[in-house]
Design a protein around this ligand. Structure first.
Ligand code: ZN
Length: 322
C-alpha cells in the first residue's frame, strides 16, 4: 500500500483580480502580481498536482509526489476565469473550482458577497451603527435572537485578518441571526451602501454555466460548494442535506456522481454532514482548517488547507518548509 499518509499542501483562493484597478479595491483578494509570484514560487518549490491525482491517491492507486500542492478556488467568482485561468494555463497548473449552485442557477447575490461588498465600501462605524439599529428594530417581531450586548460578547472578537467590529458584522450577518432575517438585513444594507442592484452585481460577480463548462474543457476541476453557501455544520440535518442535494443537482453536468469533491462553505461541517456527503459519493472534502493534509486515510473528507496569504509573496513562513 503506497498510499498511506501521503502529504498534500493546499492553497485556497477567493477573489483573484487587479484589486488596485477594480471597482472595489478594498475587497479582500489576491492581486495579480502577487498571484503570478506565488505561482512561480510553487513552480520552483512544490509539485503542483491535479485533483485526479489526489483522487487516485485517496483510492490507493497512486502515490503523490513529494511536496504535492493543490490549488483551490472557492465561491465561483468570474475573476477566477478572467484572471486566474490564463495564468494557470501559462504555468501548466490545474485549478480546482468549488462553485455554489445558487448564483449559477438563480443569478442572485450570496449573503457572503453582500457582506464583502458592503464592507468594501462602507465606513465600519456607520455600518455597525446601522446594523445595531436594525437588530433593535427586528428583535421581538417575527424574529427572536439575543440582545446586542450578548451578540457583541459572543461575536466581536478580532482574528488574524479582521478587526472585532468587522468580525461582529460578518458573524451576525452570516450565522447569528435567523436565516431569513440575515438575508433581509444584508439586502437593506446593500441597498443603502451600494448603488447597483443585487442581480446586476450577481451577474458581474459570478461564473456563468458556459464559463464553468470552459474551465472544465481546459482541464480544470469543478467541485461542490453547497447551494446557498451556508454554515452546514450549524444548520439542521434536513436543511444541510437539502442544500447539498440541490447543489449536486444544479452542478450535475460538471461532477462525477461517484467521486465528487466537497468544499464546506466557511469550513463548516459536522459528523452528520460528513456522513451525508460520504453516502452520496463524495471522495474528498476540503475544510478551512490550516495545515498540511494527510491523504489516503480517515481524513479524506476533512482535508486541511492554507490560505493563499500564508505563502510567498504574502508570507515568508513557507519558504523554510519548501
Ligand atoms: Zn465559500
Amino acid at each position: 500500500m503506497p498510499n498511506q499518509n501521503q502529504q498534500l499542501t493546499v492553497s485556497m483562493y477567493h477573489y483573484t483580480r487587479e484589486l488596485q484597478y477594480s471597482r472595489y479595491p478594498q475587497i479582500k483578494g489576491m492581486d495579480l502580481a502577487s498571484f503570478r509570484k506565488q505561482l512561480s514560487f510553487f513552480k520552483e518549490n512544490f509539485n503542483v498536482v491535479r485533483m485526479e491525482e489526489v483522487i487516485e491517491a485517496i483510492k490507493g492507486k497512486y502515490t503523490l509526489p513529494e511536496k504535492a500542492l493543490l490549488l483551490t478556488f472557492d465561491d465561483g467568482y468570474v475573476d477566477n476565469y478572467t484572471y486566474a485561468l490564463p495564468l494557470l494555463e501559462e504555468y501548466g497548473f490545474q485549478g480546482s473550482f468549488f462553485i455554489p449552485g445558487k448564483p449559477v442557477e438563480e443569478h442572485c447575490l450570496l449573503d457572503v458577497n453582500k457582506i464583502h461588498l458592503i464592507l468594501a465600501v462602507a465606513n465600519v462605524d456607520s455600518l455597525l451603527n446601522d446594523l445595531l439599529e436594525k437588530l433593535d428594530y427586528y428583535r421581538g417581531t417575527e424574529y427572536d435572537f439575543p440582545s446586542n450586548d450578548e451578540l457583541i460578547n459572543e461575536f466581536a472578537h478580532a482574528n488574524s485578518w479582521d478587526t472585532k467590529e468587522v468580525i461582529f458584522i460578518k458573524r451576525v450577518l452570516q450565522t447569528a441571526l435567523p436565516e431569513k432575517l440575515r438575508g433581509i438585513i444584508s439586502s437593506e444594507l446593500f441597498a443603502k451602501y451600494l448603488d447597483v442592484s443585487e442581480e446586476i452585481m450577481a451577474r458581474d460577480l459570478y461564473l456563468t454555466r458556459d464559463q464553468i463548462r470552459t474551465l472544465k474543457r481546459h482541464g480544470m476541476h469543478i467541485g461542490i460548494h453547497g447551494y446557498s453557501h451556508m454554515w452546514l455544520g450549524r444548520a439542521s440535518n434536513e436543511i444541510a442535506q437539502n442544500d447539498i442535494k440541490k447543489a449536486l443537482e444544479v452542478m450535475d453536468e460538471f461532477t462525477n456522481h461517484d467521486e465528487w469533491t466537497m468544499n464546506y462553505p466557511y469550513g463548516s461541517y459536522n459528523e452528520n454532514v460528513l456522513e451525508f456527503v460520504k453516502k452520496n459519493g463524495a471522495i474528498a472534502g476540503f475544510t478551512t482548517e490550516r495545515g498540511i493534509a494527510t491523504i489516503g486515510g480517515k481524513l479524506d473528507l476533512q482535508i486541511k488547507r492554507y490560505d493563499c496569504n500564508d505563502f510567498p509573496p504574502k508570507s515568508q513562513a513557507f519558504e523554510f518548509m519548501a
